[in-house]
Design a protein around this ligand. Structure first.
Ligand SMILES: *Cc1c(COP(=O)(O)O)cnc(C)c1O
Length: 324
C-alpha cells in the first residue's frame, strides 16, 4: 500500500465493519443502504480522527515531541481522540477549545477532563492564533509541543483516509460487493480528501459525496483540492487535484455548526429506531439527514448501493442532550 512506507502507530481497531441497513432500505424502497462503522475505531469511544492520529502521533514521536496540542469546539471529537491518543503514548495533551470555562463537563468535554488534558479556552480569540501562542509558550518552558491542526486535517492526517479507502476496497473484494456511492459528513476536509486520493490510488470508481456540516461548498472544495494535492506529494504520488474533483453538498447547514435542528433530531431518532444505530447531533445526524432527503428526492437509483461512512461523534450526544 502507498501508505506502508509512512511512520504509523497502531491505535484503531481495523478493519471497521461494514453493515447493512435493511429496514431503512425497505422503508425507502432503495437504494441499498450500508454503513461503515468508523464510529467503532476503538479510541475513547471512537471516531474518524483515530485513523488520522495513527500517522500524526507517529510523526510527533519521530520529532521527539512530549506534548500534543490541538484545537476544536468545546464538544470536539477530534480534541477528545487526540487527548486519548496522547495518553496512550505517554504524551502530555493541551486542548485549545472554543468558548469559555463555563461549558458543562459533559460528553467529549467530560472525557477530555478524565483524560487529564489541559484545557485552554479561546474566549474571543481565534483558535489557530491561540494555539500558536500556547505552543510558543510550551517551547519557552522547555517542552516539545507537536501541533495538530483543526480536525487533524493536513497531509499527514489525510493519509489515514487514503489507507481507509484501501481497506474498503479489500473488504469489497472479499465480500464481493462494490458501492456506487460513498456519503459522509465533511467539515475540516481530511476525511473526504483522503478518500478521494485513496479512490485514485486504489481504483474506486464510484461517487464520493461529502455533506458539509459547516463550510460552504465552494470554500471547502478549494480546501479539499489543496489537502488532497499536498497529501499526494506527501505520499510521493503525481496527481494534482482541482475543486471539480470533489462533490460537496452544503444544503443542510441549518442554523450553523453544532446547532441541533429538527433535521438532526428526526434523523437520529429514525435511524436509532429502524436499525439500532446511533448517530451524533453535529456531524453524522446532519449528514445522514441530508442523505435521507436526497434519497426521497430521487438522487439515487433504487438498485444502487450507498455506503454511509459513519465518522463517529457518539460522545457528542451527551454534550447536546438538552437539545435532543
Ligand atoms: C471531525 C468529524 C467529521 C468531519 O471530518 P473531517 O475530516 O474534519 O472533514 C465528521 N464526523 C465526525 C463525527 C467528526 O468528529
Amino acid at each position: 500500500m502507498v501508505t506502508d512506507d509512512l511512520p504509523r502507530v497502531t491505535i484503531a481497531h481495523l478493519p471497521t465493519p461494514i453493515e447493512p441497513l435493511p429496514h431503512l432500505t425497505a422503508q425507502l424502497g432503495g437504494p441499498e443502504l450500508w454503513v461503515k462503522r468508523d464510529d467503532q475505531t476503538g479510541l475513547a469511544t471512537g471516531g474518524n480522527k483515530t485513523r488520522k492520529l495513527e500517522f500524526l502521533v507517529a510523526d510527533a514521536l519521530a520529532h521527539s515531541a512530549d506534548t500534543l496540542v490541538t484545537c476544536g469546539a468545546a464538544q470536539s471529537n477530534h480534541a477528545r481522540q487526540t487527548a486519548a491518543a496522547a495518553a496512550k503514548f505517554g504524551l502530555d495533551r493541551v486542548l485549545v477549545l472554543g468558548g469559555d470555562a463555563s461549558s458543562e463537563a459533559q460528553g467529549n468535554l467530560l472525557l477530555d477532563r478524565l483524560l487529564d488534558a489541559q484545557i485552554v479556552w479561546t474566549g474571543d480569540r481565534l483558535p489557530q492564533e491561540r494555539m500558536s501562542s500556547v505552543a510558543h509558550q510550551l517551547t519557552e518552558d522547555g517542552r516539545h509541543p507537536y501541533v495538530i491542526p483543526y480536525g487533524g486535517s493536513n497531509s499527514i492526517g489525510v493519509s489515514g483516509y487514503v489507507a481507509a479507502m484501501g481497506e474498503l476496497m479489500t473488504q469489497g473484494e472479499k465480500q464481493g460487493r462494490a458501492f456506487d456511492h460513498i456519503v459522509l459528513a465533511t467539515s475540516s476536509g481530511g476525511t473526504q480528501a483522503g478518500l478521494v486520493v485513496g479512490a485514485h490510488v486504489f481504483g474506486y470508481h464510484g461517487h464520493i459525496l461529502g455533506i458539509s456540516v459547516d463550510p460552504r461548498a465552494a470554500d471547502l472544495r478549494r480546501k479539499l483540492a489543496d489537502l488532497a494535492t499536498s497529501a499526494s506529494v506527501h505520499l510521493s504520488l503525481d496527481p494534482v487535484f482541482e475543486s471539480d474533483d470533489f462533490d460537496v453538498n452544503d444544503n443542510y447547514l441549518g442554523g450553523g455548526y453544532g446547532v441541533v435542528g429538527s433535521l438532526e433530531r428526526e434523523t437520529i431518532r429514525t435511524v436509532a429506531r429502524a436499525e439500532g444505530l446511533i448517530l451524533d447531533p453535529v456531524y453524522t445526524g446532519r449528514a445522514f439527514g441530508g442523505l435521507l432527503h436526497l434519497i426521497r428526492d430521487g438522487a439515487f437509483d433504487a438498485d444502487e448501493k450507498v455506503l454511509f461512512w459513519h465518522t463517529g461523534g457518539t460522545s457528542g450526544l451527551f454534550g447536546h442532550a438538552d437539545q435532543l
